[in-house]
Design a protein around this ligand. Structure first.
Ligand code: HAM
Length: 420
């Protein structure tokens, strides 16, 4: 144990468990890579204003949870709390939207930071895989993204998740609804903080978890009743496409996301085995975000799935991923000359693409064989002085115990043949 520990709200990913995280990232990104999404990587920090304007001045993320700081050069930066604003900023900066090839479809994977109160499933450093489709207003694009996330979860073997779907309206109908909601909320008995929220972000009040507030919300105007014809028709098409694709969803008129940029389609993937932090992923359309950060009108849609919570969901369902052992062959030299010869064989096997490890540190046979078994390898390559004198090494099948002598120049071929 060192004097130091991982900071509060963070944890280390260690082998063998870390292999599950890699496999989850791989599984989430596979359907995206297969559907025209290109990989993008942006910096871990950005100008703080990007998030303030993009995610929203009144959101918890911006007011309470951002790791914001001033650099020695006087720049005001923040560790990224989410990916959408950064990805759009990068796409605009590189003029990706100008080639006439819209939508620009991008996927990403990385670390995000929110100064939240830590609990199971809620961390200060967490990991997302996300996708953004920039510059097209097409219900099929919204449907595509939801279908791909569904496919990703199913490919991991997850079953107990649900998709909640809502429409938040657009710049025509949302302001009308907002005003109606404000009228309603101003007639309630609310504390000062909540009253301020009614002025700045009334939709968020609908998400208040306190019983004292909840019981007053019955009879509040519903956004669904205020959607304009264009939003209704758009939403209906998204739903039809999902149904045609066999993706089940639940209409949830109360789904208000924690970020302000959403318009029209919004959705969340929730898992019932996770307790209070049940959202394993979420996203939606953000038709106005580009203009909010100084770009042209670029209607867009995307999602981010939480890797940490997806791993917890797998655990909750008792799903273990079929992850092949990292090592296929383990080499055990007995003596100095054997070390030299086997080390060369290890390098040749690795060059041939065969995952191979070596008993480092001059271990005795017993200890080295223990390490070989622990590594999960199927084959051990053992050589002592007598083998070398005969120009062979012993190839031992660690499952059956069977052992054969293989000429030194035939090791790679023989290993490949045995592993199949
Ligand atoms: P979000 O709902 O804030 O959306 O985050 C997406 C997912 O990231 C959540 O469903 C959850 O799995 C995970 N997550 C968020 N905060 C934490 C945390 N503190 N600890 C562990 N996991 C967490 C966004 O970030 C949007 N950028 C999604 C999006 C992309 N919308 C459009 N495009």
């Amino acid at each position: 144990m060192s004097t130091f520990q991982a900071p509060k709200g963070t944890y280390d990913l260690l082998p063998p468990h870390s292999a599950t995280y890699l496999a989850v990232r791989e599984a989430i990104s596979a359907p995206l890579r297969n559907s025209g999404y290109g990989y993008i990587e942006t910096p871990g920090f950005e100008n703080v204003e990007l998030f303030a304007r993009g995610v929203g001045e009144s959101t918890d993320i911006v007011t309470k949870e951002m790791y914001a700081f001033e650099t020695k050069g006087g720049d005001r930066l923040a560790l990224r709390p989410e990916g959408t604003a950064s990805v759009l900023r990068a796409a605009l900066e590189a003029n990706l939207h100008k080639g006439g090839n819209l939508p620009v479809k991008l996927w990403y994977s990385g670390s995000y930071y929110r100064y939240e109160r830590p609990q199971k499933g809620r961390y200060r450093h967490f990991s997302q895989v996300g996708a953004e489709a920039i510059g097209a207003e097409d219900p099929a694009l919204d449907a595509e993204l939801i279908i791909l996330a569904d496919q990703a979860y199913r490919s991991l073997g997850l079953r107990n998740f649900r998709i909640l779907l809502n429409s938040l309206g657009d710049k025509e109908c949302r302001p009308v609804y907002r005003a109606a909601l404000q009228d309603f909320l101003r007639g309630l008995d609310l504390d000062d903080d909540t009253r301020r929220r009614v002025d700045i972000n009334p939709l968020r009040v609908l998400d208040d978890k306190r019983e004292s507030v909840r019981k007053q919300l019955t009879g509040a105007p519903a956004l669904g009743d205020y959607l304009c014809e264009a939003c209704k028709a758009y939403h209906e098409q998204v739903r039809e496409l999902l149904t045609a694709a066999g993706v089940a969803f639940e209409n949830d008129a109360n789904l208000v996301r924690g970020l302000d940029y959403y318009t029209r389609t919004t959705f969340e993937f929730v898992h019932d085995g996770l307790g209070s932090q049940s959202a394993v992923g979420g996203g939606g359309r953000y038709d106005g975000l580009s203009e909010m950060i100084g770009g042209p009108a670029l209607p867009s849609v995307g999602w981010a799935l939480g890797v940490d919570r997806t791993v917890l969901a797998l655990e909750a369902e008792g799903v273990t991923l079929d992850i092949p052992a990292a090592t296929a062959v383990y080499a055990v030299p007995l003596g100095e000359e054997a070390r030299r010869v086997l080390f060369a064989q290890v390098t040749a096997l690795r060059k041939a693409g065969i995952a191979t490890d070596f008993a480092f540190g001059g271990k005795g046979l017993k200890n080295a064989m223990k390490s070989a078994n622990r590594s999960g390898a199927r084959l051990a390559l053992v050589a002592g002085e007598r083998d070398l004198a005969e120009g062979v090494v012993q190839l031992k099948n660690l499952e059956s115990g069977e052992q054969t002598a293989v000429p030194l120049d035939a090791v790679v071929d023989e290993v490949r043949r045995t592993l199949g």
